[in-house]
Design a protein around this ligand. Sequence first.
Ligand SMILES: [Zn+2]
Length: 174
Amino acid sequence: MENTKECHNECPNCGATGQDLDWHGSDTCDDYMVYAGLCKKCNCEFDEIHSIVYDHTEYDVPVEKVEEIPDNPYSLYMSGVSERDLKRAKEVEEKITEIIDEMVDKIVAGVSTHSLMVNYSIYLNLLDYAGVGVGDTETDNCIVEIFKDKLMERGVTKNKAEKLSHKLYDKIHC
Ligand SMILES: [Zn+2]
């Protein structure tokens, strides 16, 4: 039969303390910490149940969290700029994707590439009004790389895709 008693650090059966008590480990159970004891005097085995009470929190001040740069396939200026610039860069990113997709669709459909390249590169060049990187070497490289990948995804041969992407680069990077 299990008995209950309030007798902190004492044998609940004979009242022995200190050296007469053998403590063997502790364990948490729900919101309690349970210390298992054995009285060497009377051989009583018992558990001392301590409630766990919140006291305080210890912590380290974190190093400043690096601002997350959004996924930026065309290397546009997106980091360290204002919310407004970020929004504009996102719009330009969507526009570039649209233009590339249209070009790829038309090329795959067999539309003659020369005038198509001329027209669409004008659209692309117009996007430099936003001042977020269109016209810069890095961004232009990203644009033609993605253009090339999308062509090849749609079954255009590597050779042809490369030729077309060089052509596009010459048109947009002037
Ligand atoms: Zn005892």
